[in-house]
Design a protein around this ligand. Structure first.
Ligand SMILES: *Cc1c(COP(=O)(O)O)cnc(C)c1O
Length: 222
């Protein structure tokens, strides 16, 4: 087993059943992804459009990519054909654009809405209140080519795991409110993507159903 395969096995051994693993492969070469692929990993996370397109072409056809970075409007068209999910939808206008481009491409695209729970100004995503009122106002429904599958959140970059836990709880509360409210007839609204290398155990203990782990699998990024 290679180091990457050992890392992957160690994480899979700790992940509770039912929690999906997205192997975040941004900045790592295709050879690294292939090692994970050979060990059975099929879902990879990428955050830059061009890098995603290149890797999409090079990886085996049953590889699935999640786009997890900030998605610029002019990149939606190239990203849509390459992804099984866009996790980082942070505005209604981006959602509309993805819906349009998915329609053009004859595809249905799974998306997560990114909710901002971290205190850092740099973090993106819907504010919780704005998200709930957009949902209540019907702004998140009626799309023919996107399937809203849940929420994604990132916690603050801090060693204070109690703060991280509070932020994950905030995302989970918003998720449950939407799931039991506006999305109660949408069984696909069932994913809560939270947790990275430094905080995924906390995330899982606070309701995450999908973790996005990069460094702990592939090592540090250049
Ligand atoms: C890079 C990234 C990750 C993975 O981060 P690690 O700390 O390397 O596990 C997860 N989610 C998002 C949105 C990222 O941009």
């Amino acid at each position: 087993m290679t180091q990457i395969q050992q890392n992957l096995a160690a994480i899979k051994g700790q992940l509770p059943a039912g929690v999906e693993l997205v192997a975040v492969s941004k900045f790592h070469p295709v050879e690294a992804l292939l090692q994970a692929y050979e060990a059975g990993q099929r879902v990879f996370g990428e955050s830059r459009a061009q890098e995603l397109v290149v890797k999409f072409r090079q990886m085996p056809s049953d590889t699935r990519f999640h786009f997890i970075g900030h998605l610029q409007r002019n990149k939606v068209r190239v990203v849509v054909p390459c992804v099984s999910m866009i996790e980082s939808v942070d505005s209604v206008s981006l959602l509309k654009l993805i819906d349009e481009e998915a329609g053009r491409a004859g595809r249905n695209v799974n998306v997560l809405l990114e909710v901002r729970v971290a205190t850092e100004a740099a973090k993106t995503g819907f504010e919780v209140d704005a998200l709930l009122s957009a949902a209540a106002g019907g702004e998140l429904s009626g799309f023919g080519n996107v399937r809203i599958c849940g929420l994604m959140a990132m916690a603050s970059f801090t060693d204070d795991m109690e703060q991280v836990a509070r932020e994950f709880d905030k995302a989970r509360a918003a998720f449950l409110q939407l799931k039991h409210g506006v999305f109660h007839d949408c069984p696909e609204f069932c994913r809560l993507s939270m947790g990275m290398t430094d905080d995924w155990q906390v995330a899982v203990n606070h309701g995450s159903t999908m973790v996005r782990i990069g460094t702990a699998i592939f090592g540090s990024r250049q």
